[in-house]
Design a protein around this ligand. Structure first.
Ligand code: UD1
Ligand code: CA
Length: 490
């Protein structure tokens, strides 16, 4: 198999100067996956061993990659970033196979099929170098490909003369080269007289001048776009995102305003589901069939069963939600909360690290934290679970069919037993046994009311003074006239 005879070199040592950010561009995320992981995962899936050239912020890149190690990956440090040719020269001792695939770390739209195709063509035609090119409307930033009598020359953007600048055939930045050729020629690369950098594409000119077979293969630009600026990152992410959206549309998912929706690479959505305008589906979110995600909701690292609804403007992170559940609008669920089937969580409810059983309802203005709520439990508006005593979190348990009326504070640790009732406006700090009714609010007393004049009718000396002060300050008496003044005018 061709890949068995190929080693890959990925160049990722550059300083990301054009990004103008502190962090290297290779650690920026595109649809939830770090940019450098895109080429790495392709090569891993093709079973090709990889040498990754690092330099600028190498430790940060290694730290990120260690989170989920890639098979057959080794690192080489390019201490000084002297150019792409120099970066490849630094890897010479790793060229253990007959063919060397070289690509740049900043081309996240590349596909596995294209990489395989380049290797296959290279071996089929016994080329010394095979590389991808594209025809583009706006070639700015890319090396221009000049071809004369089957011989190629790449001229870098900064080195182009006025005529060359208009050439719209560009070098994609992915090559397969024979190891023997690389051995002979890599040390012959010179610094550019204009930028002082050592350019890798110069090897193409050298191979052509030596009469060796070089093949340029044209591929769609959208697959090889490079990312040198934040604007290009935005453009590339738009393309990636629309790839995912088209894929899910083909599988029966309706996107309300597709261009406004953010979706990450590992998200899965069942057929018949509806994704509203501006929704963010992030991380490893899995949405079942016939679900509804309302406009502007954020769903991250969360699983949803079938036929569940997240109404608009809700934020749901690291949760699991069963079938036929209704969440929101304006709900916030987080940190391992488990919502079982047919549960209703309403507006302005925050739920953290809690479980709520089937058919239970918490529909308005509540804070539920570190709680285990059974099934068919109802909690009224304004439930506050006070789980933190200043030094530690404690658990709250509300057992099946309990009913907690509105405006209650439950002070954890606490258990509300099965079928218990907690009446409105209570502060409950002791357990409530099963099938009992608990009340802990201050009893109501009614007494006669002494009536004081309303502020706006107040014509005391002090309020007169106030008015004069405002008159002076704002030069506008209308704004501070009392009702009495108004009455006097009419
Ligand atoms: C490069 C090509 C250009 C091509 C374009 C395609 C060169 C000289 N130019 O230009 O012909 O059209 O890609 O996108 O190769 N890097 C290192 N060490 C260095 C310099 C760079 O590892 O000393 C890495 C960078 O981190 C980056 C990659 O090499 O991942 C490409 O470098 P970059 O500066 O982005 O090259 P371009 O100017 O885009
Ligand atoms: Ca680039």
């Amino acid at each position: 198999m061709n890949n068995l005879n190929t080693r890959a070199i990925i160049l990722a040592a550059g300083k990301s100067t054009r990004f103008k950010t502190k962090k290297t561009k290779l650690l920026f995320s595109i649809c939830g996956q770090t940019m450098i992981l895109y080429p790495l995962k392709i090569l891993e899936s093709l079973d090709i061993p990889i040498t990754l050239v690092l330099g600028h912020q190498a430790d940060d890149v290694i730290h990120e990659l260690n989170k989920k190690p890639i098979n057959n990956l080794s690192y080489i440090l390019q201490r000084e970033q002297l150019g792409t040719g120099h970066a490849v020269a630094c890897t010479q001792h790793t060229w253990d196979r007959d063919h060397v695939l070289i690509l740049y770390g900043d081309m996240p739209l590349l596909t596995k099929e294209l990489v395989q195709n380049l290797i296959n063509e290279h071996i089929k035609h016994d080329n010394t170098i095979s590389f991808f090119t594209s025809y583009v409307i706006d070639p700015i930033g890319y090396g221009r490909v000049l071809e004369k009598d089957g011989k190629f020359l790449i001229v870098e953007e900064k080195d182009c003369n006025d005529e060359q600048r208009y050439i719209n055939r560009i070098n994609a930045g992915i090559y397969v080269m024979k190891r023997a050729f690389l051995h002979d020629y890599i040390s012959k690369l010179d610094k550019s007289s204009i930028t002082g950098e050592i350019y890798l594409p110069e090897l193409i000119r050298m191979a052509c001048e030596a009469g060796l077979p070089v093949q340029a293969i044209s591929v769609p630009f959208d697959n090889i776009r490079g990312v040198n600026t934040l604007q290009e990152l935005w453009g590339v992410e738009q393309i990636k995102r629309s790839e995912f959206i088209k894929r899910w549309m083909a599988r029966g998912v309706r996107f309300e305003l597709a261009q406004s929706i953010h979706i990450d690479i590992n998200v899965e959505i069942g057929p018949g589901s509806f994704i509203g305008t501006g929704a963010h589906l992030l991380g490893s979110t899995k949405i079942g069939e016939e679900c509804f995600i309302g406009a502007f909701s954020i769903v991250e690292d969360t699983t949803l069963g079938d036929s569940s609804v997240i109404h608009s403007h809700s934020v749901v992170q690291r949760c699991s939600i069963g079938n036929n559940a209704h969440i929101g609008p304006f709900a916030r669920l987080r940190d391992n909360s488990r919502i079982e089937d047919h549960v209703e969580i309403g507006n302005f409810v925050e739920m953290k690290n809690s479980t709520i059983g089937a058919y239970s309802k918490t529909r308005h203005l509540s804070y539920v934290s570190d709680a285990t709520i059974g099934s068919q439990v109802k909690t009224g508006p304004g439930l506050i679970i006070s789980n933190f005593n200043g030094s530690q979190n404690s658990k709250t348990v509300i057992e099946d069919r309990a009913f907690v009326e509105g405006n209650n504070t439950l002070i954890a640790p606490i258990t509300i037993g099965k079928d218990a009732l907690v009446t409105a406006g209570s502060t409950i700090s002791n357990n409530v046994p099963a099938a009992t009714s608990a009340s802990a609010c201050i009893p109501q007393t009614n007494s006669p009311r002494s009536i004081t004049p309303l502020a706006e009718d107040d014509d005391s000396e002090e309020s007169q003074k106030n008015r004069e002060h405002y008159d002076k300050t704002f030069q506008f008496t209308g704004a501070i006239k009392s009702k009495k003044d108004q009455r006097a005018e009419f």
